[in-house]
Design a protein around this ligand. Structure first.
Ligand SMILES: Nc1ncnc2c1ncn2[C@@H]1O[C@H](COP(=O)(O)OP(=O)(O)OP(=O)(O)O)[C@@H](O)[C@H]1O
Length: 534
């Protein structure tokens, strides 16, 4: 409207000059001022509304995705690569976040402005309006459809490829020590380079397409200007169109193409946006590994964990990982589970933490089925040292305080003393503020294990599960640490999973697991002679 009013004003002034007539310049120039102001306000308004809508969406989308992801971890996400998960959390959500700004808002603007422009032209001349409409359809529908068609392949490859590439990159960084040994020719790196080059090539194709369609829209706009001038000329001569209205319509048509200009890009990004949406939903629509009960019952004040006739078969597995397990962990009772690799020991831990649900039998806490409890509430009653305990890239103190954020320095020191790591911590220049490196890379295997054990001990929970707690320790240290830990845990229910003998002599019961079944059980006096002298 600003351009059209200016065009009209300039031509009207020129015509008035040629005719030697006087004209009211005040209304026209006031109109131009008003349109100029309106344009600034309009642009500002569009940005405010667009960004407000996007930010509101952003504020909900990421927490929504995260909240749906948490119940899936860890069991339903085992097949996911961490880099790919990160890509979903980042790139895919970014793409969806901008869907409003890049797709919805341009579409609405094009419909409103395009419709108004054609309607305005129709008020003056039907043929001019038809010509403008035709070219607008080419620029606003034809070119976007073409861009969508040509860009669909690269856009989808970029959406899927980014996840795979980021997953590969994270793997590469985490496994660089192994790659240095096993892959001196850099085949893994070469595969990543090839994936990166393919992504870049697709990005290049999309950028080229965006430039070509932008040029196409520009061409249509210029064609509209020329068309209006050509169609209007005979009408001006015949007196059916005002001399000043003629350039006004031409400039109006030209300017109206501004509104359709973003459409090709919008349709070009649509496949990537849809692919990202599909990737997000493919994950959050997974059934949780543990069925969620509608309403949970409060946990009994205290009690032990009891397995009765419990069985577990992993999805797709030919045989059960566990069958007919009966086990009681009550306060002050210490039970060890021993057995060869793959006999189902870690699966027991996954069941106890309700990361998985049994498909036979029941597990109860304080007599109440754990299926009726909120899983996190149950987990607060259990302290676990897992087989692959995760150390954070942080200080010793921060790693300890994962278990209890408000643990006093004295409590931290006591837990470290019990786990036999305090002398090491005190020998460090920075003591508890020593940085442990990525995943504890600056600690030895045995130090990392004992730090993990200290953290487990720091969690004040009635049930203590220790999966190979003394892995990486020498025989003497192992015996000392086990004695200290079992003394400290004398009032707790303890489940010790081990293939070593240290601490077994102090157990109330030793259970031998073989092929997912309890092959033998009894007191240390009965069981120790049956176990291999490891
Ligand atoms: N997430 C899983 N999906 C499918 N099968 C699994 C999964 N985790 C474990 N298994 C299988 O279940 C069986 C028991 O595994 P589990 O890890 O419980 O054994 P384990 O006794 O802890 O072994 P180890 O002493 O080597 O740690 C094995 O046959 C294993 O291959």
């Amino acid at each position: 409207a600003l351009m059209a009013a200016s065009g009209w004003f300039i031509t009207a002034m020129a015509l008035a000059g040629v005719a030697g007539a006087a004209m009211n310049t005040f209304t026209a120039s006031a109109g131009i001022r008003a349109f100029a102001l309106l344009r600034t306000v309009g642009r500002y308004g569009e940005r405010i509304v667009g960004h407000e809508a996007t930010l509101r969406f952003v504020a909900r989308l990421r927490p929504w995705f995260f909240a749906r992801l948490v119940p899936l971890a860890p069991a339903a996400l085992e097949d996911q690569r961490s880099g790919d998960l990160l890509a979903r959390l980042k790139s895919d959500i970014d793409r969806l976040e901008f869907a409003f700004l890049r797709i919805l808002s341009p579409l609405l603007a094009a419909l409103v402005v395009g419709g108004a422009a054609v309607g305005f032209a129709a008020a003056y001349d039907g043929t001019i309006a038809l010509a403008v409409l035709g070219l607008m359809l080419v620029a606003g529908v034809g070119l976007p459809a073409l861009a969508h068609r040509i860009g669909a392949g690269p856009a989808r490859r970029i959406a899927d490829g980014t996840g795979a590439f980021e997953a590969g990159l994270v793997d590469h960084l985490e496994g660089r020590a192994d790659l240095a040994v096993y892959d001196p020719r850099g085949r893994h790196r070469a595969r990543l380079d090839a994936a990166s080059a393919a992504l870049l090539a697709d990005e290049g194709r999309l950028a080229g397409l965006a430039a070509a369609t932008a040029a196409g829209v520009g061409l249509c706009a210029q064609a509209a200007l020329v068309a209006v001038l050509l169609i209007g000329a005979p009408r001006v001569l015949a007196g059916t169109l005002g001399g000043a209205d003629w350039p006004m319509l031409a400039l109006f048509a030209l300017a109206a193409f501004d509104a359709v200009a973003p459409l090709p890009l919008a349709f070009q990004t649509l496949p990537a946006t849809l692919a990202s949406a599909r990737r997000l939903f493919a994950l959050v629509d997974r059934p949780p590994p543990v069925p969620e009960a509608g309403a949970f019952r409060p946990l009994p004040a205290e009690g032990g964990l009891a397995f009765a006739g419990v069985g577990l078969t992993y999805p797709g597995a030919a045989r059960p990982a566990l069958s007919d397990i009966h086990l009681t962990l009550s306060p002050g009772r210490h039970v060890a589970v021993v057995g060869p690799s793959g006999s189902g020991k870690s699966s027991l831990v996954a069941l106890a933490l309700r990361f998985r649900a049994p498909d036979a039998g029941t597990i109860t806490y304080g007599g109440m089925p754990v299926a009726e409890m909120e899983p996190d509430a149950l987990r607060r009653r259990v302290a676990v040292l897992g087989q692959k305990d995760h150390l954070f890239s942080d200080t010793i103190l921060d790693n300890l305080r994962v278990a209890d954020a408000s643990a006093s320095p004295d409590r931290c020191a006591a837990a470290c003393a019990t786990a036999g790591i305090l002398p090491f911590v005190e020998s460090q220049l920075e003591g508890f503020d020593t940085f442990v490196g990525a995943h504890g890379a600056r600690l030895s295997g045995g130090e990392a294990r004992r730090l993990g054990l200290s953290r487990t001990l720091l969690k004040d929970a009635p049930i203590l599960i220790l999966d190979e707690p003394t892995e990486g320790l020498d025989a003497v240290t192992e015996q000392v640490v086990m004695d200290q830990v079992l003394d400290a845990a004398r009032h707790q229910a303890v489940l010790l999973i081990t293939h070593r003998r240290a601490g077994l002599e102090r157990m109330d019961e030793i259970v031998l697991l073989e092929g997912g079944r309890i092959a033998a059980r009894g007191t240390p006096a009965q069981m120790l002679p049956l176990l291999p002298q490891a």
